[in-house]
Design a protein around this ligand. Structure first.
Ligand SMILES: [Zn+2]
Ligand SMILES: [Zn+2]
Length: 488
C-alpha cells in the first residue's frame, strides 16, 4: 500500500515538473544586457582575448584531442604533421608509480623511436597500447642499467610477439675501450639470454632473434646516426663521470625533440640542443639534506652523485634559458610533493618560459608547429597486449617456421612424465592439443582469408601509416592548387 502511494506522489511531482518546463520552454524571454551576459558567463574574462597566469602563446590543446585534460590509450591517432611524446619511465629509482627512464617519440609518418628503455618501462608501453613488435628502434644514451633494463625483455618477447620480419635496431655510444661500448653490452646481453633465446626457438622467429647494433663514436659530437624518411638523429657527449654517455636530438618535419640522458650541465648541450622545440633534460633537485633525511641516503652520497653525474635544478633552468625551446621538460626525477614545488622554483630562477615535468609515468606531449599541449595519460594497471602489428603491403601474413622443436632441446624423460591430459580434462571436454607446430615450412596466409578481427587488429598501425601518408599528399595537392589559383 505504502509503496503505491509513494509512486503516486512521484508521478504527480514528475507531471508538475514536466508541465513547468514545457511552460518555461515556450515562453520567450527578453535577453539580459550584453554586460550582464559577459559578467555572468565568463566572470569578466573576455574569452580568448588575454593570456592568463603563466600560460604561454602556443601552449594550448589541439582540436583533435579527445580530451584536453587526459590522454587515454587507443583513442587518438597521431596526426600527419604531429610529434607525440610519451614518458614511459621517469625515475632513476624504480617504484610502482615511476619506472626507470624511457622517452617514447611517435611521428606522424608512422615511425616511432625509443630513447632509453629503463627497467619496467616496457610495462607502460604495453599499457599505452603499443605492440612489442612495433617497437624496433632503441636509442640508448648510456649504459647505466636504469636506461636500458627493459631491453632484454623487448628483445625476447618482441621476437615472440611477431618481430619476425625486422631486426631490433639498437643505437648507442662507444666506450673509451671496446668492452664498454654498446656492441659489447649487446653481446653480453645475448650471452645472458642464451637459454631464453634457445627456448623461444620452438616458436616462429625469423628475424626475431637478431639485433643490429649501431655503435657510434662517442666523441663524434654532432654526428648523424639516423637519417631516413626525413628523420634525423644526432648525438653529442655528456659529462656523466665515465666516457660513453650521449645526448640525442631528433629532427623531423621542421621540429625537433632533445633527450639529454644523464649528465652535468655543459656547453655542448647548449650548442647541440639550441632552438629545440621540446628540450628534455634530467634534473636533480637541490635538496640533498632534506632528501637524505626523507630517503635515508647519506648526504655525501647524494651530493657527490649530483656533483659528478647530474644536472641540478638551477642548472637545468640555466640551460633552458640558453637553449630557448618552445617547451622545457625535466624527467629522471623523483615525483614527490616536497620536491616538485622546489624543483619549479629552482628552474624558474633562470627559465621563465613554458615548463612541465616529464613525470610521473604516462605524461603525454602533443607537438605541432603551432601548438604544444601536455596531459596526464591514464594508463590501465591490467591492460591487454596490443595485437602484433604487421605490414600488409604485399597482402600477406608470413609466419616463419620455428627453428627448432622440443625434441631438440629437451630430454624425453621429463616430457614422458607429463600427466595424460585425459586424467585432468573433464569428461566430454578435450581440446585438440597443439604439441607439434602445425605446418611444414613458413605459413603464408593471404590477408583476405584472415578473420576480420585479426585483419583489423594486426593491420592497425599499417593502416594509420597509409592514411597519414594519403592525408599529407592530399594537403600537398590542395596547397599546390591554392597557390595556382592565387597566381591566376
Ligand atoms: Zn640515470
Ligand atoms: Zn646515468
Amino acid at each position: 500500500m505504502k509503496h503505491s502511494f509513494t509512486k503516486k506522489i512521484v508521478g504527480w511531482f514528475l507531471a508538475i515538473l514536466i508541465g513547468c518546463t514545457t511552460v518555461f520552454a515556450q515562453e520567450k524571454r527578453t535577453p539580459s544586457s550584453p554586460e550582464d551576459i559577459q559578467r555572468g558567463l565568463t566572470a569578466g574574462v573576455p574569452g580568448n582575448k588575454w593570456k592568463e597566469g603563466l600560460m604561454f602563446e602556443g601552449i594550448s590543446p589541439h582540436d583533435h584531442l579527445r580530451s584536453a585534460a587526459n590522454w587515454y590509450p587507443n583513442t587518438e591517432d597521431v596526426q600527419p604533421d604531429e610529434i607525440r611524446i610519451i614518458f614511459m619511465g621517469t625515475a632513476p629509482f624504480i617504484r610502482p608509480g615511476q619506472m626507470n627512464t624511457s622517452v617514447f617519440v611517435q611521428l606522424g609518418n608512422g615511425e616511432n623511436f625509443i630513447f632509453d628503455l629503463g627497467e619496467g618501462s616496457i610495462s607502460n608501453y604495453i599499457a599505452s597500447g603499443f605492440a612489442l613488435n612495433e617497437l624496433d628502434k632503441v636509442f640508448i644514451t648510456h649504459l647505466h642499467i636504469d636506461h636500458f633494463g627493459s631491453l632484454p625483455y623487448l628483445f625476447e618477447f618482441g621476437g615472440w610477439a611477431g618481430r619476425w620480419h625486422k631486426k631490433l635496431q639498437v643505437y648507442g655510444p662507444s666506450g673509451r675501450t671496446p668492452e664498454y661500448g654498446t656492441n659489447s653490452m649487446v653481446e653480453g646481453m645475448k650471452k645472458m639470454l642464451a637459454w631464453h633465446t634457445d627456448a623461444f626457438s620452438v616458436f616462429p622467429v625469423g628475424e626475431g632473434h637478431s639485433i643490429e647494433v649501431h655503435e657510434f663514436d662517442f666523441r663524434d659530437n654532432g654526428g648523424v646516426i639516423y637519417d631516413k624518411d626525413g628523420v634525423k638523429v644526432i648525438h653529442w657527449q655528456r659529462s656523466h663521470a665515465k666516457d660513453g654517455a650521449s645526448g640525442y636530438k631528433l629532427e623531423w618535419n621542421g621540429m625537433s625533440v632533445v633527450w639529454t640522458g644523464d649528465g652535468r650541465p655543459s656547453e655542448l648541450d647548449i650548442e647541440y640542443a639550441k632552438g629545440a622545440d621540446v628540450y628534455i633534460t634530467e634534473l636533480q633537485p637541490e635538496l640533498v639534506a632534506i632528501s637524505s633525511g626523507v630517503q635515508g641516503v647519506p648526504p655525501f652520497l647524494g651530493r657527490y652523485t649530483i656533483d659528478t653525474h647530474h644536472t641540478p635544478g638551477y642548472a637545468a633552468g640555466y640551460l633552458a634559458n640558453e637553449i630557448q625551446p618552445r617547451l622545457f621538460m625535466t624527467t629522471h626525477m623523483p615525483f614527490d610533493p616536497y620536491i616538485n614545488e622546489e624543483t619549479v622554483a629552482e628552474v624558474r630562477e633562470h627559465w621563465k618560459g613554458p615548463f612541465h615535468f616529464g613525470a610521473p609515468d604516462g605524461i603525454v606531449v602533443n607537438v605541432t608547429k603551432d601548438q604544444i599541449w601536455v596531459r596526464e595519460g591514464i594508463l590501465p594497471d591490467y591492460p591487454n597486449s596490443r595485437a602484433p602489428q604487421f605490414n600488409f603491403d604485399n597482402g600477406q601474413l608470413v609466419v616463419p617456421h620455428p627453428p627448432t622443436k622440443r625434441e631438440n632441446i629437451q630430454e624425453p624423460f621429463v616430457r614422458e612424465k607429463e600427466i595424460d591430459p585425459k586424467k585432468y580434462y573433464p569428461t566430454g571436454y578435450h581440446p585438440e592439443l597443439l604439441t607439434e607446430w602445425p605446418v611444414e615450412g613458413d605459413l603464408v596466409a593471404p590477408v583476405d582469408v584472415l578473420p576480420e578481427d585479426l585483419k583489423q587488429g594486426m593491420g592497425a598501425s599499417w593502416r594509420l601509416k597509409k592514411k597519414n601518408k594519403e592525408r599529407k599528399e592530399e594537403e600537398g595537392k590542395e596547397k599546390k592548387e591554392g597557390k595556382e589559383k592565387k597566381k591566376k
